[in-house]
Design a protein around this ligand. Structure first.
Ligand code: ADP
Length: 600
């Protein structure tokens, strides 16, 4: 368990063990030392007081030995010494040894400097423990003064070997030391067991906490100590659960947010305070080709427009939302964006969110609408100017010149027909453009050959006006397509009208219909003026005319017809193509899907 714990300078168990040992052993040690010392001192005191009494007794009878030194009978003192085991020494005031029960006094040193002698002479009693050089033992000396009729004669000293006392002191010290060490070992063992019991749950909690810190939020502390630790473990478990819930919640929110961000139409880029790209959603990555190595290393300027970084800087400085419209070149195309900038601060760092709202389509629609309105206004104003001019001329004249008046009225009529044609076509286009109308267009199976034959019948008088004629080449197969019969007819009438219009008198118009796999292929071919190759890609655009000056002379030449034709062809899932050669003729090819299960 210990090996998985982090390196700690001091563990609780070590500290607790040391504290408890200090608490137990230190008083024990002090107590032991005190007791041994006390025992020794008491014994010494005891011995000292008994030696003092004995020294006093000797002093009471020893004054005679100081006076008759040379011939004194020392047998009494010798008897006392051998009976009591005491060593008796008599020392005169000069320090000379008068008598010693253990040694020849003549050969002994002067004892004046002995501390017990000095003290006895000056204070009335003296004692000391010293190693006797004479007896080669540690002795306890006690000395008292000896008086004779108030005259100080010397000192009576009794001494006793303290070796037995020292031996019993050593034995007692050894016993106490043994008990002390035994108690210490027992205390350490019990202390360690108790400490471990106390610290094991803490170690377990530390390990669990380590797991939680390392990110394993499923870890729970299982502590059953029924004390504050259990309460602490339960509190940590609650905190961990709450943290896990919060993390899960924020992860779910972050996931939802990233899903929204990645699936929204707008490109979103996050910039840091230095204008570096720090995040980008899928749309932004795809649109601006933001690769992982660009993130955090490239400035937003890499998109190709410094206005973005300038606006982002202002937005950060002013801490205000900003909005700009700008065009950005993306490969071969150029797109228009409204870019929203919003500053925000996270962890003291400022960032800016840039949302790129692509308005290219809206812009294109607006541009087209403007062009359309301008073209329509222009197309209408031409005949209107003409009508107004000729009407004014007629009003100013007295209408006497019938021929001229008729000519002017004819022009007014033709111009008004042209206007009517244009307005009619525009209305039809607008109507067809509405989704509701498209849904309402009823379709039915159309037999192609039958339908074309009817169209030829209707249009033949029109061709004959210019001495032109139809040539046909219809498939023998029964080709059936699905379309609205009136609108199908209108497609061909428009194309035939153009062919007649742009072909010389007595020209030939080929109308063919064949099958190509599951498609019906229609061809309208004239031998007229043709269309320049450069104009062909634009002839289906509204108001487009390959030869404006020429077309304007003809009634109905407004550049709307072919765009209406294309629109109608595509309404019935068809396709239309044009091929032409100047002054040789033009061919329009229309392809419609054939209806299934209908065979010739
Ligand atoms: P318009 O009313 O001017 O004929 P369209 O949309 O029908 O308008 O035709 C657009 C232009 O395409 C015409 O102005 C004309 O220049 C050219 N065009 C169409 N059909 C033919 C054709 N059969 N031969 C030559 N030019 C044609």
């Amino acid at each position: 368990m210990e090996r998985n714990l982090p390196m700690l300078k001091s563990s609780i168990s070590r500290r607790l063990t040391i504290y408890s040992l200090v608490l137990i052993i230190l008083p024990l040690l002090i107590c032991s030392i005190y007791m041994v010392d006390y025992f020794y001192k008491i014994n010494i005191q005891d011995k000292t007081s008994s030696l003092e009494n004995q020294a006093k007794t000797v002093a009471a009878i020893s004054h005679i030995y100081f006076e008759k030194k040379d011939n004194a009978d020392m047998s009494l003192l010798q008897a006392i010494s051998s009976d009591t085991g005491l060593r008796i020494t008599l020392v005169n005031t000069s320090g000379e040894v008068v008598y010693d029960s253990s040694h020849d006094s003549e050969s002994m040193d002067n004892h004046e400097d002995r501390p017990e002698i000095q003290n006895a002479l000056h204070t009335g009693i003296g004692s000391s423990i010293r190693h006797s050089e004479t007896l080669q033992k540690n002795l306890l000396y006690v000395a008292v003064p000896v008086y004779d009729n108030g005259v100080l004669l010397g000192v009576s000293r009794t001494s006793l070997s303290i070796t037995p006392l020292e031996k019993s002191y050593d034995s007692m010290r050894n016993n106490i030391l043994f008990i002390f060490f035994a108690v210490t070992i027992i205390a350490i063992s019990i202390g360690m067991i108790l400490t471990r019991r106390f610290t094991n749950p803490i170690k377990q909690m530390t390990l669990d906490a380590q797991k939680i810190i390392n990110g394993d939020l499923s870890t729970r502390m299982r502590i059953n100590t029924a004390d504050e630790l259990e309460f602490l473990a339960a509190a940590i478990n609650k905190l961990t659960s709450r943290l896990l819930r919060k993390i899960n919640d924020s992860q779910a929110k972050a996931h939802t947010l990233s899903l929204i961000l990645d699936n929204m139409d707008n490109a979103v880029i996050l910039l840091n305070e230095n204008g570096l790209i720090t995040e980008a959603n899928k749309q932004a990555k795809d649109m601006f080709k933001i690769t992982p190595d660009i993130i955090k290393t490239y400035s937003i300027n890499f998109i190709g427009n410094t206005v973005i970084s300038d606006t982002a800087k202002t937005c950060a400085q002013e801490n205000k939302n900003k909005k700009i419209t700008l065009r950005i070149k993306l490969g071969a195309t150029e797109k228009t964006f409204i870019v929203f900038f919003a500053p925000f601060t996270s962890e003291t760092k400022q960032s800016i969110v840039c949302v790129f709202h692509d308005i290219s389509l809206m812009q294109e629609i607006t541009d087209r609408q403007n062009i359309f309105v301008a073209n329509a206004a222009h197309e209408l104003s031409t005949p209107l100017t003409s009508i107004k001019g000729f009407s004014e001329t007629l009003l100013d004249s007295d209408l006497t010149e019938a021929e001229t008046s008729r000519h002017f009225l004819k022009i007014i009529y033709e111009e008004s027909c042209r206007m009517q044609y244009l307005v009619k076509n525009l209305l039809q286009l607008a109507k067809l453009n509405s989704n509701d109308y498209k849904k309402q267009v009823a379709t039915t199976n159309i037999d192609c050959t039958d339908a074309l034959k009817k169209i030829i019948k209707t249009m033949t008088p029109f061709l004959e006006q210019k001495g032109q004629f139809f040539e046909t080449n219809f498939s023998s197969e029964n080709l059936v397509i699905k379309a609205n019969p009136d609108l199908f007819t209108q497609i061909f009438i428009n194309l035939i009208e153009n062919a007649v219009k742009y072909s010389p008198d007595k020209g030939k118009l080929l109308l063919a219909c064949s099958r190509d796999k599951d498609k019906a292929v229609f061809t309208i071919k004239d031998n007229g003026v043709g269309i320049a190759k450069t104009d062909i890609p634009f002839i289906f655009d509204r108001f487009y005319r390959s030869d404006k000056s020429r077309a304007r002379q003809d009634i109905g030449g407004s550049g709307i017809g072919l765009s209406l034709v294309k629109f109608l062809v595509e309404l019935f899932s068809g396709k239309i193509f044009a091929s032409s050669e100047l002054n040789k003729g033009t061919t329009f090819t229309i392809i419609f899907p054939l209806q299934r299960n209908i065979d010739s």
